[in-house]
Design a protein around this ligand. Structure first.
Ligand code: FMN
Length: 338
């Protein structure tokens, strides 16, 4: 389960193309199921967005080395037995294009009160820390009164100049969700199979945004193309946020709005996952965008998949801890806290 290095310059592409088509220094995440604690329930397998796990012959899940584990740790939070541990987080080293100076991961720091004494998380902080993307959803409909509360959480988000540059479309009609799923899945499958061909991939460098070549995105495309990761996660409710193109920074404002909605959904006991594959996919199919009620003054910026979780998928996980630069009164200069 070592680093996934690209074949060294095999295709003879220019270095800036090679760097994207065959990213170097990528170390996939590695997780381990403890055979003594594992109950073989399979939740880790079920809760991995990229199907990185499979059941071993000994009925203990093991990782599939060909898959890109990007260290969301959703396998860990779904394991009631506490059998899953981290061997190695996803990171990229060696100065390749996707080496973004990966910092170490750390668990949430213990909360302290204003005087620096041990304290408790507030309910809001606990919700933020224990929120995880929930991709295993029941088919039960989300009651409309609750959808309206989620929309209200979005409507009361802050925005620059109070410009409120958002507009929502809520889809609970399963036939329409199925149409969205089929159409958009086909779009991404086309991209995936095109990118599988190195020559085609190389020809698309500079045409597609560079981030499409990030191994984590490529695995997302692969999983979507293979129908292992549904675009809308089989959610009974999909809500889209449009951002008005005439206003400043609708992307950040739709993000704030959507995160308000995410937390409100969690507080109401609902599961929630953002879907870029859904939002960007709608943007690529003008008929669907129009059908959802967004004309050219709107960009579909977010798709939110909402439903009741079919099992426990929340809990704290470690995250990157990038050094923070502090400027404190009386200090000789900035202090960098590792
Ligand atoms: C803007 C945005 C877009 C996302 N798009 C997708 C997506 O298309 N499919 C998916 O399964 N997860 C998607 N996610 C979920 C991320 O994979 C997830 O937030 C990340 O792995 C961290 O895991 P956590 O949410 O459980 O903490 C998206 C998240 C955000 C914020």
């Amino acid at each position: 389960m070592g680093a996934t290095e690209g074949p060294a310059q095999a295709a003879g592409f220019p270095p800036e193309v090679e760097a994207l088509v065959h990213p170097t220094g990528v170390q996939n995440g590695v997780m381990r199921a403890d055979p003594d604690a594992c109950t073989s329930c399979g939740r880790c397998i079920q809760n991995c967005p990229y199907t990185c796990w499979e059941m071993g012959e000994d009925q203990v899940p093991k990782m599939r080395p060909e898959r890109t584990c990007f260290s969301c740790f959703n396998c860990m939070v779904a394991c009631e037995a506490g059998a899953i541990s981290i061997v190695q987080p996803y990171e990229v080293r060696g100065g390749g294009y996707f080496d973004t100076d990966f910092p170490p991961i750390r668990w949430p720091l213990a909360p302290l009160d204003a005087a620096g004494n041990p304290s408790e998380w507030t309910g809001t902080e606990r919700l933020i820390i224990e929120r995880r993307s929930v991709r295993n959803l029941k088919q039960d409909p989300v009651p409309e009164p609750l959808i309206r509360r989620i929309l209200e959480a979005g409507r009361f988000a802050p925005s620059g100049g109070n410009n409120q540059p958002w507009k929502f479309a809520v889809v609970t009609d399963s036939a329409f969700i199925a149409e969205l799923e089929a159409t958009i899945q086909a779009v991404w499958a086309g991209d995936h199979f095109a990118l599988e061909d190195d020559a085609v991939a190389a020809s698309l460098v500079g045409v597609l945004p560079n981030e499409v070549f990030d191994p984590r995105v490529r695995q997302g495309l692969r999983s979507t193309a293979l129908k292992e990761l549904p675009v809308f996660l089989n959610a009974p409710c999909v809500t889209f946020i449009g951002g008005n193109t005439k206003m400043a920074l609708p992307v950040i404002e739709a993000g704030i709005c959507g995160q308000n909605m995410n937390l409100a959904a969690c507080a109401l006991g609902l599961g929630f996952t953002w879907s870029n594959f859904g939002a960007v996919g709608v943007e690529r199919v003008p008929e669907l965008k129009a059908k959802l009620g967004f004309d050219s003054t709107w960009t579909v910026l977010a798709a939110l998949c909402i439903g009741y979780p079919s099992f426990k998928q929340e809990g704290a996980v470690p995250r990157h801890y990038r050094p923070v630069t502090w400027f404190r009164p009386g200090a000789a200069g900035p202090e960098i806290e590792e």
